[in-house]
Design a protein around this ligand. Structure first.
Ligand code: ZN
Length: 301
């Protein structure tokens, strides 16, 4: 499943073809993806110019001069192909393709832009969706309402973490995955960030706030390393897992930089650490961590 860095990579890949361009012709090849398309979807897009292409957590948002915003979500297997007017072709986010994807029969939406580019949405499993909402109500729309802070930006600080996690006894990892607190963090990047911060995934989340509500040094460190792992993944073009290998059998760059994810039994790569990567299951999902430099919570404390 694409995580936040992949979605950001897709956004950057689409922007040159879409921002400032008008939808000349929009063709829907089926009535629905995960949800039915909104009423008169193609007609509402046609003639509208894309003012900006943003991202909120794992949602792409295209602001239109018609006063509406197009919301795009890639679901499990959604991807875009961009046919450029010069005959070139690019697939931002191609790194998470698997063998079942990429065939033309999964091309569900074809958007011809006034830039001369054609943007095609392909989704083999159809868990993705598209919606149109009035721009002034975007933040309150059913997709984005109640969503936590953005992890790849200025909002995430030690202070924010302390404020959000204070008094919470839930495990730190669960709190980081709670989309109502921080939106868009997935399993891989939470494991990586906790390792870099030297924090055990089962620590009570509230332990990152001091009694007066101010952040502990670890809270500040965690805010920084979350941004670091996401920024590095965006720079590498997103993560690549085994089931999202390149069609040519190669793999993306960031996979090799995972320090704990899917590395159970391997030596910890942290400086001066002689520990081993272990796995535990929390809320049905695998957590990878170092038994030595991410010490467990003290009994009773
Ligand atoms: Zn270690």
């Amino acid at each position: 499943m694409p995580e936040l860095p992949e979605v950001e990579t897709v956004r950057r890949g689409l922007a040159p073809a879409m921002v400032g361009a008008r939808f000349s012709r929009v063709t829907l090849r089926r009535p629905n993806l995960r949800f039915p398309f909104p009423e008169r979807f193609a007609e509402r897009l046609q003639g509208a110019t894309v003012l900006d292409l943003g991202r909120r957590a794992k949602y792409l948002t295209a602001g239109l001069d018609s006063g509406e915003t197009l919301i795009l979500h890639l679901g499990m297997s959604g991807r875009f192909d961009v046919a450029l007017p010069d005959g070139g072709n690019l697939s931002p986010g191609e790194f998470y393709l698997d063998g079942a994807q990429g065939t033309p029969r999964h091309d569900h939406v074809v958007m011809a832009m006034s830039s001369g580019a054609t943007v095609t949405y392909n989704d083999a499993r159809r868990f993705g969706f598209m919606d149109l909402v009035p721009t002034p109500t975007l933040a309150a729309s059913r997709h984005l309402a109640g969503m936590g802070i953005e992890p790849l930006g200025e909002a995430l600080t030690g202070e924010t973490i302390a404020r959000l996690f204070r008094h919470r006894i839930t495990p730190l990892k669960s709190a980081l995955l709670d989309q109502r607190l921080i939106a868009g963090l997935g399993n891989i990047y939470v494991c990586e960030a906790l390792h870099r911060a030297g924090l055990h995934p089962a620590l009570p989340a509230g332990s990152l706030a001091k009694a007066d509500g101010s952040p502990t040094p670890k809270a500040r460190l965690l805010a920084r390393v979350i941004r670091d792992v996401l920024t590095e993944a965006v720079a590498a073009g997103g993560s690549t897992l085994r089931d999202y290998a390149h069609p040519d059998g190669g793999s993306g760059a960031f996979q090799h930089r995972f320090r704990v994810y899917d590395r159970v039994g391997e030596a910890c790569t942290a400086k001066h650490c002689t520990g081993t990567i272990a796995r535990l299951v929390q809320a049905g999902r695998s957590t990878f961590y170092c038994e030595t430099c991410q010490p467990p919570p003290r009994p009773g404390g």
